[in-house]
Design a binder for this molecule. Structure first.
Ligand code: TRH
Length: 379
């Protein structure tokens, strides 16, 4: 295939920010690092704008950081079909576009980008073809993942250098936090919070309030708002910290993706959720707690444990147990307040564990590079 490759990436925002968070990150990386001419079709530009302030929610087409962003709607007219087409998270391509793909002299490489899971079956399904029942097209399933044989994780060039430079420069952290109106005391355990509404936030706030050591909990606007209002008696607002016992709670703005990375780098512990923030927490190399996207019949518990067992491998038994108990409790299985002291005590061990874990995850190549290699192989 002649390069530059053209690639169309379709993203339907089901709920939350993960769909567009992953697609936007992937689109930028394909354009910047692989010279791909990317068109990103998004059905909800307002959600997109929360992650990237430059997005014009009314524009049919706009250029953003090397990517052509198109508004995806019923009446959309697409003239040319790209060399490669990615349907993110089974979002189903428009019928007209699919027919045009089939009519193209050389069929495009058609990929369904799947959700991230650490389950063992993923490597066996990664890359499998699925012929279309009527059209002369084959769709391939591309799975991100945590081991060799999967598509790996999204990680852009230079990320580790930027993180390491930030970590090596105490002024960079202080300046960044000060820009958010945050001024931690030297002893504060600085914690970021991003979770779904079902998380036992009140139990966490109780635990931090009663902890012997001080904590500064930073909460992006809109996150856990109901639980925090109920606990503090008022809605959290930036610039108005709430103090109770050992806890200082402070709202911060919802950040764009690069600044959200800086927030993760700046914290001693990060509560993250879903898919993309969970991956970024691993590159941040700070201890983290994952709130997994809830699924029917508790299917997410299997996914949580599949990841957790990989992650605690190599930790001392007490650290592994404390981690399991806190993560389970945070995901609705156990008492977070009871498990907090042991978890807090093993944070130094988790901090030591993170660089090795991050390097291990990076050893499988990054998702964008693996995707390009896969596309070349199919062609
Ligand atoms: O928003 P999410 O809950 O997305 C979820 C998951 O992807 C889930 O697997 C999927 O099924 C569901 O969407 C539809 O969590 P996630 O994946 O962490 O995405 C959040 C994005 O928001 C991520 O790119 C980080 C970004 N973010 C910021 O840019 N700034 C912020 O201040 C915060 C809190 C997040």
């Amino acid at each position: 295939m002649a390069f530059p490759l053209t690639l169309d990436l379709f993203c339907r925002v089901v709920d939350n920010y993960g769909d567009i968070g992953v697609c936007w990150r992937l689109a930028r990386q394909l354009a910047a690092e692989h010279g791909v001419a990317v068109r990103l079709f998004v059905d909800d530009l307002a959600s997109f704008r929360r992650l990237c302030a430059a997005v014009d929610p009314a524009a049919e087409e706009q250029q953003l950081q090397g990517v052509t962003v198109r508004r995806w709607h019923q009446a959309m007219d697409v003239q040319e079909i790209a060399d490669a087409v990615i349907e993110a998270f089974g979002c189903e391509l428009p019928a007209g576009y699919l027919a045009a793909m089939a009519a193209r002299p050389a069929a495009p490489v058609w990929i369904n980008l799947e959700y991230l899971s650490a389950e063992d079956w993923v490597a066996g399904c990664h890359g499998l073809p699925s012929p279309h029942p009527q059209l002369p097209l084959t769709k391939y399933f591309f799975f991100p993942g945590f081991d060799a044989g999967t598509g790996g994780l999204l990680r852009e060039d230079g990320l580790e250098q930027r993180r390491a430079a930030f970590a090596a420069d105490p002024l960079a952290r202080a300046d960044f936090l000060a820009g958010l109106g945050v001024h931690p005391a030297p002893d504060d355990c600085v914690i970021s919070l991003f979770c779904y509404p079902a998380a036992p936030v009140a139990a966490l706030l109780d635990a931090l309030r009663d902890d012997a050591r001080p904590s500064l909990l930073l909460v992006p606007e809109g996150v856990a708002a109901a639980a925090i209002s109920a606990w503090t008696g008022r809605a959290p607002a930036p610039g108005e910290p709430v103090r109770q016992g050992s806890l200082t709670l402070q709202a911060v703005p919802f950040l764009d993706q690069p600044d959200y990375d800086r927030l993760l780098w700046s914290c001693d512990l990060n509560f993250v959720r879903g898919e993309d923030s969970m991956v970024r927490a691993q590159w941040a190399q700070q201890p983290f707690v994952w709130h997994i996207y809830p699924q029917q019949e508790n299917a997410h518990r299997i996914k949580l444990d599949a990841f957790l067992e990989r992650y605690v491998n190599g930790l001392a038994p007490d650290a592994a147990d404390a981690c399991r108990a806190a993560w389970h409790a945070w995901n609705g299985d156990g008492d977070l307040r009871a498990s907090w002291p042991a978890f807090r005590a093993v944070l130094p061990a988790l901090r030591v564990h993170m660089p090795g874990w991050s390097a291990l995850m990076n050893a499988h190549g990054n998702l964008a590079g693996n995707l390009i290699a896969f596309i070349k192989r199919i062609r």
